[in-house]
Design a protein around this ligand. Structure first.
Ligand SMILES: [Zn+2]
Ligand SMILES: [Zn+2]
Length: 436
């Protein structure tokens, strides 16, 4: 129950679907786009050089003929600018890359850099992968998706890199998703008048700035169903503008999601997926070793990679509640635990929910119960490959009519892949594996 300023009592329930991996991927995409620009610049310079006796170009301007468009000189991470579509509109003082003329070509010296990233293009064509430069307003915690009942008060909140150059400006936006279907005729030159129609459906957003919403958090009081939409925030400083990933707000009186244990399980699985995704991003920077604990999963600012603590708490966990922020959080007392097992074993448990027992394997697969992985059926032999659920009793049952089931095997204690083979006992046609 929430008490609003006006003194009205409003019932509201909200659940959160944290997707911190999305923000990480979003920022990484811009970074990879930048890397791609540097590569294209490198190829263009080399092509120009081939036509000019192996010379090293002194500046970008000499080899623009080798490039398709000026867009390649703009780092995709800065979304705040209009990129010219033709060369005559290009203001060279506004581009994001710097060219450093330093032959010979085989050299590992740096010949290209980005204003926003520490990526570095070497003369030999190799690009050294970097991060955003200090000062850039990167997101260290994104907005969390929320489902709410009408009348609730919801809040979207982001956190920016602590070293972002100030002042930092925030502008929250509402984004409405729509689809556009494009139909084009693809002519076939070999048959005059011939060809075929092609359609594709693309997703787009209409963006509306929310007046007065210019702080790191967006509070919406007394939300109604027509507030359901996507919300983002554009963050700017002297270095440029970045936009958060889309956080959805769903408002519906009939959300069974809010109270249902089935949905708590789905959200728990989602948390495990996010934890696994972030662990992989962490492993990328740590010689491909998976983290051994949540507390070591920090970003370059020493802050937890998870965005907000909520991703480490299962909704079915009655003993623990997610705090709003990190200070004072005991990483050993969250709903999930990292099991530091054999990294080479794809089926080993990486992280497990203390409440449900659901887990995510080293290979990123989430397991919420026993399951079949393969079925081989030859003449009168059935061979089942199955994965049993850790720490529980797993019952393998068979039936001829899907009504009456007979237990054929029981597995407990162990985890991982197993085989079950049965000969000459058909016509048993159906098998199931379940937890009692
Ligand atoms: Zn860049
Ligand atoms: Zn759980």
């Amino acid at each position: 129950m929430l008490i609003l300023n006006a003194g009205i009592f409003v019932h509201g329930e909200i659940i959160f679907l944290p997707l911190p991996g999305l923000d990480q991927a979003h920022q990484k995409a811009g970074s990879l786009g930048c890397l791609n620009n540097l590569k294209q610049i490198s190829y263009a310079a080399k092509r120009w050089s081939l036509d000019h006796g192996g010379q090293f170009p002194a500046e970008f301007q000499v080899f623009t003929n080798e490039l398709a468009s000026p867009a390649v000189f703009f780092c995709p991470t800065d979304v705040g600018r209009l990129i010219p579509t033709n060369w005559s509109d290009l203001n060279w003082s506004r581009i994001d890359y710097t060219w450093i003329s330093n032959a010979p070509w085989a050299d590992t010296n740096i010949c290209g850099t980005c204003r926003i990233h520490t990526h570095a293009l070497q003369a030999d064509g190799f690009v050294r992968f970097g991060l955003e430069r200090s000062g850039w307003p990167s997101f260290v915690a994104g907005a969390v998706e929320q489902l709410a009942t009408p009348g609730s008060a919801v809040e979207f909140k982001v956190r920016i890199a602590p070293d972002a150059l100030v002042p930092v400006g925030f502008q929250w936006r509402r984004e409405h998703l729509y689809y556009r279907t494009n139909v084009t005729f693809v002519s076939d030159p070999s048959t005059p008048g011939g060809g075929y129609w092609s359609t594709n459906r693309s997703a787009n957003f209409t963006v509306t700035s929310l007046a007065g919403q210019t702080t790191p958090s967006l509070r919406l009081q007394n939300v109604q169903t027509n507030d359901s939409d996507y919300y983002t925030v554009a963050v700017s400083n002297v270095m440029g503008t970045t936009v958060s990933s889309h956080a959805r707000l769903g408002v519906d009186a009939g959300f069974t999601v809010l109270t249902n244990e089935h949905w708590s399980r789905v959200i728990c699985m989602n948390n495990l997926k996010q934890i696994s995704l972030l662990a992989n991003i962490w492993a990328d920077d740590h010689d491909n070793h998976k983290p051994q604990s949540f507390s070591e999963m920090t970003n370059r600012f020493g802050l937890p990679m998870f965005g907000w603590p909520i991703v480490l708490f299962c909704r079915s966990d009655m003993a623990r509640t997610a705090p709003a922020d990190w200070p004072g959080l005991d990483f050993a007392n969250t709903s999930y635990e990292i099991i530091s097992g054999d990294e080479q074993d794809a089926y080993a448990i990486f992280c497990q929910c203390k409440v449900h027992g659901f887990y995510v394997q080293m290979d990123g697969q989430t397991i919420s119960g026993p399951r079949f992985t393969a079925i081989t059926h030859t003449n009168n032999t059935v061979e089942l490959a199955l994965v049993v659920f850790a720490g529980r009793t797993n019952l393998l049952e068979a039936s001829v009519d899907l009504v009456n089931w007979t237990n054929v095997a029981t597995y407990s204690g162990a985890t991982g892949p197993l085989f079950y083979s049965e000969t000459a006992s058909l016509p048993r046609s159906f098998f199931r594996i379940r937890l009692p």
